[in-house]
Ligand binder design. Structure first.
Ligand code: HEC
Ligand code: HEC
Length: 217
């Protein structure tokens, strides 16, 4: 339970240092934030400043997600090179409570302004992946992924827009996430992922996670 200890210590040490919470301003519609992201990403004049703001706002995240979003903790997802729209959508979900985390994530994200979420998503999506080849893949996992998952996540598991990149993700995190969708208990509710995990056995989930963690991101 080393990770739990890190989380507790982090809460104690970092909470006081957080920037003042987004002061209760109305939450803009998600579509407006995604439009802002698309506009900044396409603007050579505005993008460099947005990336600098994102880097500054994300500095507190590296305690868990690692430098540049390359996590060294099995329970904590890599965010480096994740699709920007997916990162933004998940941050919005933490704020709205449609994604629940027993840890610290919801409070962390609520302390950001909506514009900071956009900047962070742009910054992290452009960080290089520190690829560490996973110890094993899984032939059974590869076959299942091709059958059930590749039509949305892509053959190379790179995803696009709001569909997450899975290649090279932390294996334990993949396993936890698939079980959360399958359980339908509300930590992660997504109708598509619920449908595609409903009939998976634990052994299928382990095989899928082993296959995906071993793919080069
Ligand atoms: C105390 C540790 C900790 C800190 C600090 C932290 N996170 Fe997280 N983060 C987690 C954990 C654990 C998860 C997985 C939670 C879950 O799925 O319920 C997560 C999940 C996420 C996800 C979803 C990723 C995915 O693949 O779906 C995003 C996005 C994210 N964090 C962004 C951030 C940002 C941005 C910051 C800094 C402002 C931050 N996190 C700080 C522990 C942390
Ligand atoms: C119909 C399209 C579709 C199919 C098929 C699909 N997914 Fe997904 N997947 C999604 C979407 C959309 C999300 C984001 C859902 C959310 O917001 O939580 C997602 C999220 C995920 C996540 C969370 C990633 C993270 O970083 O937290 C994992 C893991 C995942 N899918 C694995 C799979 C696997 C394994 C299969 C096959 C058994 C599969 N998916 C099939 C669309 C799909």
């Amino acid at each position: 339970m080393k990770y739990r200890l890190i989380v507790r210590l982090f809460c104690l040490a970092a909470w006081a240092a957080l920037p003042s919470a987004h002061a209760g301003g109305a939450e803009p519609p998600a579509a407006v934030l995604h439009e802002r992201l698309t506009r900044l990403a396409a603007s050579p004049a505005e993008l460099p400043a947005a990336l600098r703001r994102g880097q500054a706002a994300a500095s507190v995240c590296r305690h868990c997600h690692g430098p540049g979003g390359n996590s060294a903790l099995p329970e904590v997802p890599n965010l480096a090179s994740q699709n920007a729209d997916y990162l933004l959508e998940q941050m919005n979900k933490f704020v709205l409570g449609t994604r629940k985390s027993s840890d610290f994530m919801t409070g962390m994200i609520r302390a950001l302004t909506p514009e900071e979420r956009v900047d962070i998503a742009l910054f992290l999506s452009r960080q290089p992946v520190a690829y560490a080849p996973a110890a094993r893949g899984s032939d059974a996992g590869r076959a299942l992924f091709g059958q059930l998952c590749a039509k949305c996540h892509g053959d190379a598991a790179a995803g696009s827009h709001r569909i997450p990149r899975l290649a090279g993700q932390q294996m334990k995190y993949l396993e936890d996430s698939l079980k959360r969708y399958r359980s339908g208990m509300g930590e992660r509710l997504d109708p598509m992922m619920a449908a595609y995990t409903r009939n998976l056995e634990d052994t299928d989930i382990l095989a899928l996670a082993a296959h995906l963690a071993a793919l080069r991101p």
